[in-house]
Design a protein around this ligand. Structure first.
Ligand SMILES: Cc1cc2nc3c(=O)[nH]c(=O)nc-3n(C[C@H](O)[C@H](O)[C@H](O)COP(=O)(O)OP(=O)(O)OC[C@H]3O[C@@H](n4cnc5c(N)ncnc54)[C@H](O)[C@@H]3O)c2cc1C
Length: 512
C-alpha cells in the first residue's frame, strides 16, 4: 500500500501519532499531545468537513441552534468541559456563579411549566408534580442495585414498571385519574429514553445504571454555541494537524509497514482511508462513535479485534435522540414558560400497544423546551428518542411540520393554531459517521464492557505497545454519553501515550 506524504514525515522526530475523529475526545487528545515536545508528528483524520462531531452548533432562527450537545451537565469545578469553557470565556455570568455550581439536580430533568393532554385540556400541575416525584424517586432507587449480583429484574424499565404497578395498586380515586397518572408517567419514560439515548428503558441494564455519575451544578448552555468550545480547542492546534474529509476505512495493526519517505523505518499500524490514502503510524487514538464501530466492526480492523473487545462493542447500547426545532411567528405559550410537556392520555407504561410507526411516531416526543426568544424569533425544541426518532429521520421536513402542527393543535385545543414558520432537526441515526446519538449500558452488558472497550491493543507484548488506543464518550465508565466523558477519555489516552514515551513527564492529572 502506498502511504500519504506531507507534513512531518521524516523519521527520528518522535513517534507518529494519528487521531481518528475530531469530536471533543479527538480534539482533547490532540491538544494534550501537541503541548508535549515528544509528539511533533501528530495528525487528526476527520471523516467530515468539520470538527466537533456531536457538538454541532448552526446559525439559525436569528441565533444559534444546537443540533447535538445542548447543556454542560453538572457545570462545576470537577467538570472539565465547564472549566475549559470558563477559561475560554464562553459562559454567561450566572452559569459561572458559585451558586449555580452548587445546585444539585440529581441529574433529573426539571418540571414542565405546562402539561398539555391529548384531549386538548391542560393536565393538573399537582398531578404532574406527584408523578414526577414518584418517577424520579424510583430512578434514584435504582442505585440500590449497583454492584449487587441479584438485581430483581434485568432492566431499568422493568424495575420502574414493577414498582409503578405496586404503587398504582394503592392509588385511591377514580379510574380516569388513575389512567391520567399512568399517562403522565409514560411521558416521563419518554423523557428518560431521551436522557439515556435509548428506544426503551427495558433495554437499559438495571444493576450498572447507578454507575453513571452526576456532577453538581445547574445544567447550562453556551450563549454563543457549544461549538465555540471545539473551535477554541481546534484553534490551539498547529495549522494543518487536522485533515478533513478523510474517512478512515480500515486500521491495519500488529503489522510491519514501511513507507518510501522513511527508508528503514517500520510502523506497526497503517491507517487506510476510503480515498485510498494510507498513513503509517506508531500509535492511533480511535475516537469514532460506538454507532460507527458497531456498523463497521467487520471491516474497520485488520486483523479483527480480539473476541472480547468485539463483544463489548456489540453489547454496549447506542441509541438515538433527536431534536426538532419549530419556529413560530408568535408564541402561543406564556412568557415565563420553559418546558411544555405533552401527555398522551391513552398511553401507559404498563401496556404495550403495537402500532405502525407512521401513525404514532410523534407520541414519543416528550414535548418542547422553549428556547430564549427575541422580539421576532420564537422557537420550540422538541426531543424524541428511539425507533420513532429514527423513523422521523426518514420523513420530509413538510411531513414533520404537518404532524407536529396537528399535535400542537390537538393538545392546545386550538384547531386554528398557526403552523410553525419553519422546522429544523437533527438526524443522528442517518449520519454515516455517527449512526445514533450516544451510548448506554444495555441489558447484557456492564461497566466492565466499557472498560474493556477503553483498553488499548495489543494487550500484551512490551515490544509493540499502544498501537491502538480507544477514546470517545462510550469509553468512559461513569460519564458515558456526555461531552465531559468524551473529553476526559481523550485526555486519558493522550496521557497514556505521554507516559509511555516520556515516563518522567508530569501529567496534568484528570482535570486540566
Ligand atoms: C442530540 C444530542 C444531544 C446531546 N446532548 C448532550 C448534552 O446536552 N450534554 C452532553 O454533555 N452531551 C450531550 N450529547 C452527547 C455528546 O454530544 C457526545 O457525548 C460527545 O460530543 C461525543 O464526543 P466524541 O468525541 O466521543 O464523539 P464525536 O463527537 O461523535 O466525534 C467523533 C468524530 O469521529 C469522526 N469519524 C467517525 N468515523 C470516522 C472515520 N471512519 N474516519 C474519520 N473520522 C471519523 C466523526 O465525524 C466525528 O467528528 C448529545 C448528543 C446528541 C447527539
Amino acid at each position: 500500500m502506498e502511504s500519504s506524504g506531507g507534513r512531518a514525515e521524516s523519521s527520528g522526530r518522535g513517534p507518529r501519532v494519528l487521531v481518528v475523529g475530531s469530536g471533543i475526545a479527538g480534539l482533547g487528545a490532540a491538544q494534550r499531545l501537541c503541548r508535549h515536545p515528544a509528539f511533533p508528528q501528530l495528525r487528526v483524520l476527520e471523516a467530515t468537513g468539520r470538527a466537533g462531531g456531536r457538538i454541532r452548533s448552526e446559525r439559525g432562527f436569528g441565533g444559534v441552534v444546537e443540533l447535538g450537545a445542548h447543556w454542560i451537565h453538572g457545570p462545576s469545578q470537577s467538570n472539565p468541559v465547564f472549566q475549559l469553557a470558563a477559561r475560554y470565556q464562553l459562559l454567561g455570568e450566572k452559569d459561572l456563579s458559585e451558586e449555580n455550581q452548587q445546585i444539585d439536580t440529581g441529574g433529573h430533568v426539571g418540571l414542565p411549566s405546562v402539561s398539555y393532554g391529548s384531549s386538548g385540556v391542560s393536565v393538573s400541575h399537582e398531578l404532574v408534580v406527584e408523578m414526577a416525584s414518584l418517577f424520579y424517586s424510583l430512578i434514584d432507587q435504582t442505585r440500590e442495585f449497583l454492584h449487587t449480583a441479584d438485581a430483581p429484574v434485568p432492566s431499568v424499565g422493568e424495575y420502574l414498571k414493577k414498582e409503578i404497578r405496586r404503587c398504582a395498586a394503592g392509588w385511591m380515586g377514580d379510574e380516569p385519574t388513575r389512567k391520567l397518572k399512568l399517562a403522565i408517567l409514560n411521558s416521563f419514560f419518554n423523557v428518560e429514553c431521551c436522557v439515556s439515548g435509548t428506544h426503551s428503558m427495558d433495554l437499559v441494564a438495571l444493576a450498572p445504571f447507578g454507575e453513571y455519575t452526576v456532577l453538581p451544578g445547574l445544567d447550562c448552555t453556551f450563549p454563543g454555541g457549544y461549538q465555540g468550545l471545539t473551535n477554541c480547542i481546534m484553534a490551539s492546534l498547529p495549522e494543518g494537524v487536522i485533515v478533513f474529509n478523510k474517512p478512515v476505512k480500515t486500521i491495519h495493526w500488529n503489522g510491519s509497514f514501511q513507507e518510501a519517505l522513511s527508508p528503514g523505518e517500520t510502523f506497526p499500524v497503517l491507517v487506510e482511508c476510503e480515498d485510498g490514502a494510507c498513513f503509517p503510524a506508531h500509535h492511533v487514538i480511535i475516537t469514532v462513535p460506538l454507532g460507527f464501530l458497531k456498523e463497521h466492526l467487520d471491516t474497520f480492523f485488520e486483523p479483527p479485534l480480539p473476541t472480547e473487545k468485539a463483544e463489548a462493542i456489540r453489547k454496549i447500547g447506542f441509541g438515538t435522540n433527536n431534536k426538532i426545532f419549530l419556529e413560530f411567528e408568535e408564541p402561543f405559550w406564556e412568557p415565563d414558560c420553559q418546558y411544555i410537556q405533552v401527555v398522551w392520555e391513552d398511553a401507559s407504561p404498563l401496556e404495550d400497544v403495537a402500532s405502525e410507526l407512521r401513525h404514532v411516531w410523534f407520541k414519543k416526543l416528550i414535548g418542547f423546551l422553549v428556547l430564549p426568544s427575541s422580539e421576532s424569533v420564537h422557537v420550540l425544541c422538541g426531543f424524541i428518542a428511539g425507533l420513532e426518532s429514527e423513523f422521523m429521520e426518514t420523513l420530509s421536513d413538510e411531513e414533520v411540520l404537518l404532524s407536529l402542527t396537528q399535535v400542537l393543535r390537538r393538545v392546545t385545543g386550538n384547531a386554528r393554531l398557526p403552523a410553525p414558520r419553519s422546522v429544523l432537526r437533527s438526524r443522528w441515526h442517518s449520519a454515516p459517521y455517527t449512526r445514533g446519538s450516544y451510548s448506554y449500558v444495555a441489558v447484557g452488558s456492564t461497566g466492565d464492557d466499557i472498560d474493556l472497550l477503553a483498553q488499548p491493543l495489543p494487550a500484551d507484548g512490551a515490544e509493540a505497545q499502544l498501537q491502538m488506543l480507544f477514546a470517545g464518550e462510550a469509553t468512559h465508565r461513569t460519564f458515558y454519553s456526555t461531552t465531559h466523558g468524551a473529553l476526559l477519555s481523550g485526555w486519558r489516552e493522550a496521557d497514556r501515550l505521554i507516559a509511555l514515551r516520556d515516563p518522567q513527564a508530569q501529567l496534568p492529572g484528570p482535570r486540566l
